[in-house]
Unconditional design. Structure first.
Length: 300
């Protein structure tokens, strides 16, 4: 799949809408793998031109557009940029100053024209890796790794088996996702308040979205290797907060088993009832990123 025109839009604290999600491969330690990828990728490929400006729109909308030769970002909090560059959830970032959660930026970064075919051939998470050298050069980022015991969630198959519909080979979705009104953005995945819709997507994509919603690491223990079509619906109030939760905030109180909105199930319950999957909390040592230094960006 070509990377041009992939777009993610997020309304902070309320709703996340994505045309294509950024996957994390099950079984990897994203912080270590992406940091390792950064050295290899940056040695061969880097953003040659990058404009970084404070966002002064007053809007809470975030837009991330992966183009054929770079990325165009609008209104992204620095914390979210750091998180995606390392490929980790909030609970694996330590030592960020408070201002990284509130300071939002517009970024237009491009590789050299001769390197555009290489950039376009990268997986999305490899493209995000190119942000690490940019963070180091323009924001003075310094960091190190530490092992940290955290509560992680293992995604497993619930009793009774999975209820996912496997996508049929050859299926195409030329008109993109369809919402209740019959409309939708071009792409294969959409997320709104209390709803997630995937078409022909691997479990790794679901794992990534659950990690972002909960603000905690989610690992795939389902052994499901196909691509699936599904819609997941839950009480939307659970996602407010963890999407922009301060680093080190930990998992939702009580494991998220109960929602204050009685109109629908919690995310945990919806997963089991609608998809035949279950989240199990467990303590595990994980690779965490400790931020030693970061500052306001240098001028363009």
């Amino acid at each position: 799949m070509r990377n041009a025109n992939r777009k993610v839009s997020v309304l902070l604290g309320a709703v996340a809408v994505a045309a294509v999600a950024v996957p994390v491969h099950a079984g990897q330690s994203p912080a270590r793998s992406q940091a390792g990828d950064a050295a290899a990728t940056a040695s061969a490929l880097r953003f040659e031109v990058a404009s970084i400006k404070p966002n002064k729109s007053g809007s809470m909308m975030v837009s991330v557009h992966l183009t054929a030769d770079g990325v165009v970002i609008s209104g992204l909090p620095l914390h979210m940029l750091i998180r995606e560059a390392f490929g980790v959830s909030n609970d694996r970032l330590i030592g960020e100053p408070n201002w990284v959660n509130s300071q939002r930026y517009d970024i237009d970064a491009k590789v050299d024209a001769a390197d555009a075919p290489k950039f376009e051939s990268l997986r999305p998470q490899q493209q995000w890796v190119l942000m690490l050298p940019l963070l180091q050069e323009r924001f003075g980022l310094k960091f190190h790794h530490e092992t940290k015991d955290v509560t992680v969630y293992a995604l497993v198959v619930a009793k009774g088996g999975p209820k996912l519909k496997e996508a049929r080979p050859g299926d195409a979705y030329p008109n993109g996702l369809k919402g209740p009104d019959g409309a939708g953005p071009t792409g294969v995945m959409r997320m709104g308040p209390g709803q997630m819709t995937d078409q022909a997507m691997p479990i790794a994509n679901l794992v990534r979205q659950l990690s972002l919603l909960l603000g905690s690491t989610v690992i795939d223990k389902t052994n499901l290797t196909g691509k699936y079509d599904f819609t997941l619906e839950w009480s939307p109030d659970e996602e407010v907060g963890p999407m922009i939760r301060p680093p080190g905030g930990g998992p939702p109180p009580g494991g998220g088993a109960t929602s204050s909105d009685s109109s629908g199930p919690s995310l945990f319950t919806a997963l089991q009832e609608q998809l035949g999957l279950k989240l199990e909390a467990r303590k595990e040592p994980v690779d965490a990123i400790v931020i030693d230094h970061i500052e306001q960006p240098s001028p363009n």
